[in-house]
Design a binder for this molecule. Structure first.
Ligand code: CMP
Length: 144
C-alpha cells in the first residue's frame, strides 16, 4: 500500500555532492517525491528529530553533526516506501552496509552515513512535521 517516508541527505552527503545520486536512486526505484527542501537545521529541531536517541552516548555528537551544514529533506511516497527506502539506504554503519546500497557504496562510517530515512510509520509521523508544513507537501499523482 502507498506509504510516506521522510528522507534526509545529511551534511556529508550534501557536501560531497551526492544529492543527485541519492535522488536518482529514489527516482529509478519508483519512489515519488512530494516535498523537498535545502535547509540548515536548528539545534531545537535536531534534538526533536533525534529525541528517541536522547539518552544515547552519541546524542550530542549526532545533534552537532546534523546541524553542522545544509541538509536536504525529502518527503517521499510509494508502495511500502518505508521498507523500500530503508533497503536502498542500507545498514546504519557504512562499513557494514552492503555494496549496492547508498551507505554501502558511499560511506565507511557510522556517523557520516550520508542519509537518514524513517524506520517506521510512528517515526515518520514524529519526523515529518519538523521539516515540512502542509503547504510544502504537494498533493498530486505522477500518473503511474
Ligand atoms: P540515522 O539513521 O540518522 O539515525 C540515528 C543516527 O545515529 C544514525 O543514523 C547514525 O548515523 C548515528 N549514530 C552515531 N553513532 C551511532 C551508534 N553507535 N549506533 C547507532 N547509530 C549511531
Amino acid at each position: 500500500a502507498a506509504e510516506k517516508t521522510l528522507i534526509l541527505i545529511k551534511p556529508d552527503g550534501v557536501k560531497r555532492r551526492l544529492s543527485g545520486e541519492v535522488i536518482k536512486r529514489l527516482e529509478q526505484k519508483g519512489i515519488n517525491i512530494k516535498g523537498l527542501k535545502l535547509m540548515k537545521l536548528s539545534k531545537e529541531k535536531a534534538e526533536k528529530h533525534y529525541s528517541v536517541h536522547k539518552d544515547k552516548p552519541f546524542f550530542n555528537d549526532l545533534v552537532s553533526y546534523i546541524t553542522s551544514g545544509p541538509i536536504i529533506a525529502i518527503l517521499a511516497e510509494g508502495n511500502s516506501a518505508i521498507s523500500v527506502v530503508r533497503g536502498l539506504v542500507g545498514a546504519t554503519d557504512g562499513s557494514k552496509a552492503s555494496p549496492g546500497t547508498i551507505r554501502g557504496d558511499f560511506s565507511i562510517s557510522i556517523d557520516k552515513n550520508i542519509i537518514h530515512a524513517s524506520d517506521s510509520v510512528e517515526s515518520f509521523n514524529h519526523e515529518y512535521p519538523i521539516f515540512f508544513n502542509s503547504s510544502e507537501i504537494l498533493d498530486f499523482t505522477y500518473g503511474d
